[in-house]
Design a protein around this ligand. Structure first.
Ligand code: TAP
Length: 452
């Protein structure tokens, strides 16, 4: 039987509302509804589908402050970040609204007839969203999936369901037919798992822990179900001695403490060339101490609380017994606060250096030369994102090509642009989100030969 889940404000630790938690029967009913409306949705004329997505984007824009306010309360995101996140959903919808009219196939010359290749929608797509970026990660899945003609069932994280539920309502208001885009709040082990096993769900997009991602991939194999996986990260921020050290030090805190470090792209391993190691740490310390951890609704807040009491315990376990270089400060009120923390790594086997902490914790290690930097950066099972700082263009290119990550930024910490591909190498994931690559991943290729 479906039940309800408490929704907690991480800035206060208080329950402020409840949402339904769907059971298996309700999940099956929603999946079957999505399968039933799929033929009609894929048959909507491309221009009409584009118009519906643009109307949905416009409604997100009109409700931007409301959506951002919900995220501040439900996820503890700073108001500045939450506004960006709601704006990102609008932009991603606008970007993919251009797709239905441009998703063209190919005509390849053949003897004896006409050969046409189509990009067909898959059917029902199941999207499983984590708690760290509830709005953008939902949008990166549902916008291209809907644009390509699929219907969508989306499970938000139990901790952060509110913005997804509101987006589902706005989609209906925009005129998307009932059943085309459904939000299914509930447990991963019930609703999410059913996306993996239900034969009508043709693709699962999962963002979250590597452990659950692996189980989804294994489960999907049974039906050769398509998967896109966005998993963990332990990204390196590599600072060479010839870099603009002031700029690199000023930007390093936000590259790991933004969203309280609960970011798969967090540059949580700082590699500094040994000849400038001491100087760089002396530049970094005031920047870390000045990082503003405040009530997330404050316009000056750069960081809010962690998502839950349990997660704060996990993050604390990485700091206890480690060599703390310096820390910032955080409120001591109720709520799941944690100060920005910089740890010295003494070995690449240190737990905080190897594992994804998913909190505001930066580990620092010196390196000797370019080869050493690349070796250390690649000494991880992950490969999602990263940055490097240098004024040497040749080195920037050599190191960019050698570091095993899906996204890399030179002299900046940019990871996500909705028109370029985003995703991980190695155990950070499979497939790409955003840009043109994601659109095609929501289609299957069909080739038709017509004899003359
Ligand atoms: P997960 O357990 O992986 O949860 C992510 C999503 O998957 C949630 O919606 C969750 O549902 C659902 N889920 C859980 N078990 C499932 C299953 N067996 N089948 C299908 N769906 C399932 O992550 P978490 O517990 O939230 O966080 C744990 C760690 O994962 C973090 O500390 C961090 O290291 C990593 N993480 C990474 C990312 C990114 S962006 N790569 C995001 C979040 C977390 P519930 O609502 O029931 O939890």
């Amino acid at each position: 039987m479906s039940s309800v889940t408490d929704v907690i404000n991480p800035s206060t630790g208080e329950v402020f509302t409840t949402v339904p938690s769907l059971d298996l029967a309700a999940t099956d009913a929603a999946i079957e509804r999505a399968a039933k409306v799929f033929p009609a949705w894929r048959a909507v004329a491309p221009g009409d589908r584009a118009r519906l997505l643009r109307r949905f984007a416009a409604l997100v824009d009109q409700h931007l402050d409301e959506l951002a306010g919900l995220e501040v309360r439900n996820s503890g995101h700073t108001i500045g970040n939450a506004r960006w996140e709601a704006g990102n959903v609008r932009d991603v919808l606008d970007y993919y609204a251009g797709a239905p009219e441009r998703l063209s196939g190919r005509q390849i010359p053949v003897a004896g007839g006409l050969d046409v290749t189509f990009h067909e929608p898959l059917g029902v797509v199941g999207i499983i969203v984590p708690w760290n970026f509830p709005m953008p990660i939902a949008g990166w899945g549902f916008a291209p999936a809907l644009a390509a003609g699929n219907t969508v069932v989306l499970k938000p994280a139990e901790l952060t369901p509110l913005t997804a539920i509101r987006l589902g309502e706005l989609a209906l208001e925009a005129g998307l037919p009932e059943g085309v885009f459904q939000i299914l709040p509930g447990k991963g082990s019930v609703v999410g798992q059913r996306f993996v096993t239900h034969p009508a769900v043709r693709k699962v997009c999962f963002t979250g822990s590597t452990e659950v991602g692996k189980s989804i991939m294994a489960g999907a194999a049974d039906q050769v179900k398509r998967v896109t996986l966005e998993l963990g990260g332990k990204s390196a921020n590599i600072v060479f001695a010839d870099a603009d050290l002031e700029k690199a030090a000023a930007s390093a805190p936000s590259s790991v403490f933004d969203n309280a470090g609960q970011d798969c792209c967090a540059r949580s391993r700082l590699l500094v060339q040994e000849s400038v190691y001491d100087k760089f740490l002396s530049l970094l310390e005031p920047a870390v101490k000045a990082f503003r951890v405040e009530q997330p609704s404050s316009p000056t807040a750069e960081m809010g609380p962690l998502i839950s009491a349990g997660h704060r315990q996990t993050v604390t376990s990485y700091v206890e017994g480690s060599d703390i270089a310096f820390r910032g400060s955080a409120p001591t009120d109720s709520g799941w606060w944690f100060p920005p923390t910089v740890l010295l790594a003494h070995s690449t086997e240190d737990r905080h250096w190897r594992e994804e902490v998913f909190g505001p914790v930066l580990s620092v290690l010196p390196f000797s030369d370019e080869d050493d930097a690349v070796r250390l950066a690649n000494d991880t099972e992950y490969g999602l994102s990263g940055s490097l700082w240098t004024r040497d263009l040749g080195r920037a290119l050599r190191v960019s090509r050698a570091v095993e990550t899906g996204a890399l930024s030179v002299n900046s910490h940019s990871s996500v642009r909705y028109w370029t591909p985003f995703g991980g190498m190695k155990q950070s994931g499979l497939g790409r989100e955003l840009g043109p690559d994601a659109l095609l991943s929501f289609t299957d290729v069909k080739n038709v030969f017509m004899a003359m």
